[in-house]
Design a protein around this ligand. Structure first.
Ligand code: FAD
Ligand code: 8R5
Length: 468
């Protein structure tokens, strides 16, 4: 690069901060405008400990940025799903074959601050409390507002929007050239509640919950209370607390958020449906009343960029429902692809942006679809005998013919195979499992030699999974 090319990034959240670090490392001058104040000074907005599941795709991006070890040090390993049934029993369904295939619970605030430090160390300049208001793509200028609402205009020849699901840059781009935007509301919403560390809970509860010293529940698992049309989940935090999320229809017949308008109704509902979970949430009423109801939708765009002038990445381009725990992971994977495309053609951003969309959009569409499907799986199929038989047969096939069978969840969560490949291969494998289980209701009564032969005859071997 003869002259250092400037890239203006909108949003210093998870994807913006990681992308900024990678672009600065490749020689770009990166200016980031972030609406919120610097969380390292102001404390993370929201204050509550909110955690996210980090899986292999996100971890690989962090490895390439040299940050994986730092992040893992503060993460809690989750080996599988701990399913809590209505009868009060619980059992662990491992996500992978062993402890090399686990996911990690990380604090959003801590992760964001670590990424900001790393980006700054790489030379990125952050401007906090600066919100994008509008953009003039023909004049190549952006309009920003500070925290008092005072506006100013700035030159910005190349703009990347990492400003999240409600992206202001997307709105500005769409006003210039329609992006073909479609937002599919799920119709379900969520509310976060907190299980404090066991030290804070009453001693009798600690005794009853099995005596994990600091944790009120098994810490090394993602907990699910599936209840058919809805569910609760809980992810562990490093300090021994858990963040619980209730997922429920927004409107309609009981139970929905509409039929649980106040804490009394919600408390009665938990007593009925989550009796083992309720005693672990001592501030139930305050949490339920104080925390907002979050909405869930999938965002589809026909266009992610305006030639070489502006591009959307992360949630701004492809927000998805949370049920595969892949929103951040997918956004982190975006940053690796984009940074390498831009490094390869720093002076032809139009080409890099077009190529980015060409590579990433089919994969974003695939994870959007799989995330929707995983809600059904989490909230009810985990208790369905046919589903369990398929899962068991799949595990047997994976053991016997690892080159030919890998559960879709494992492809998504523990490999770098493109999401679109995992989606397609998962469908083909599922068809075969359905066929094999047509005549027998139990995995153990299937002739495994014949099943493996059928598998080898119908499907090509999986790609080489050793990652470079
Ligand atoms: P964001 O993280 O939303 O960052 C956008 C940034 O842009 C913010 O800092 C915002 O302040 C800033 N901004 C917004 N508007 C403007 C503006 N006008 N001007 C300037 N700046 C602006 N994903 C997973 O992979 N695993 C999980 O377990 C998981 N759990 C989740 C739990 C919750 C409660 C939620 C809400 C999401 C979860 N996700 C998870 C999804 C994940 O959070 C997102 O996919 C990820 O944060 C996307 O990163 P982003 O940088 O694109 O957007
Ligand atoms: N996001 C997750 C999974 C898959 C778990 C499994 C699911 C909360 C708002 Cl709902 C959900 C998963 O199939 O056993 N891995 O990671 C994270 C999830 O929800 C996050 C915490 C969430 C948005 C609220």
């Amino acid at each position: 690069m003869a002259q250092q090319q400037t890239i203006t990034l909108i949003g210093g959240g998870l994807v913006g901060a990681l992308l900024a670090q990678q672009l600065a490392g490749r020689g770009f001058a990166v200016e980031v405008f972030e609406k919120r104040p610097d969380p390292r000074i102001a404390g993370f907005v929201g204050g509550r400990s909110i955690n996210l599941a980090l899986a292999e795709r996100g971890l690989q991006a962090l490895r390439e940025a040299g940050l994986a070890q730092d992040v893992l040090q503060r993460a809690v390993m989750m080996r599988g799903r701990m399913v809590h049934t209505r009868d009060g029993r619980s059992g662990l369904q491992r996500y992978g074959v062993d402890d090399s295939e686990v996911i990690w619970s990380v604090s959003r605030g801590a992760l964001n601050m670590l990424l900001l430090d790393a980006a700054e160390a790489a030379g990125v300049r952050f401007h906090f409390g600066q919100s994008l208001v509008n953009a003039d793509f023909d004049a190549r200028r952006i309009r920003l507002a500070d925290e008092r609402g005072v506006e100013r205009d700035l030159d910005a020849p190349v703009i990347i929007g990492a400003d999240g699901a409600g992206s202001a840059l997307r709105a500005a781009m769409n006003a210039h050239t329609p992006l073909g935007e479609r937002v599919d509301a799920l119709g379900h919403a969520y509310k976060e509640l907190e299980i404090p560390s066991a030290g804070v809970l009453a001693a009798d509860l600690v005794g009853r919950s099995g005596g994990h010293d600091q944790f009120a529940l098994e810490p090394h698992a993602l907990h699910i209370w599936p209840r058919g049309g809805y569910m609760c989940i809980a992810l562990p935090n490093t300090e021994g607390s858990f963040t619980v999320t209730l997922f429920l229809p927004a409107q309609g017949a009981h139970p929905s958020f509409a039929t649980l308008p106040d804490t009394q109704a919600a408390h009665a509902f938990f007593e009925e449906d989550f009796p083992d979970l309720l005693p672990l949430i001592p501030d139930f009423a305050a949490d339920y009343e104080g925390h907002p109801v979050g909405t869930l939708s999938t965002l589809y765009l026909q266009r992610w960029h305006l030639d070489g002038r502006a591009l959307l990445v992360g949630d701004a381009a492809h927000a998805i429902v949370p049920f595969h725990g892949q929103g951040m992971n997918c956004g982190f994977e975006d940053t690796v692809v984009l940074a390498s495309l831009l490094a390869a053609s720093p002076n032809d951003t139009a080409d890099a942006f077009a190529e980015f969309q060409r590579i990433r959009q089919p994969n974003a569409d695939a994870i959007a679809a799989m995330a929707l499907e995983n809600y059904v799986e989490m909230r009810d199929s985990v208790a369905d005998p046919h589903y369990l038989a398929k899962r068991e047969l799949g595990a047997l096939l994976a053991e016997r013919a690892p080159q030919h069978f890998m559960a879709r969840y494992r492809m998504v969560t523990f490999t770098h195979l493109p999401y679109a490949y995992a989606f397609e291969r998962g469908r083909a494998q599922d068809q075969l499992l359905e066929q094999l289980l047509r005549d027998s209701t139990q995995a153990t009564s299937v002739d495994l030699d014949a099943a493996v032969a059928a598998l080898r005859a119908t499907l090509p071997p999986l790609p080489d999974l050793r990652h470079g």
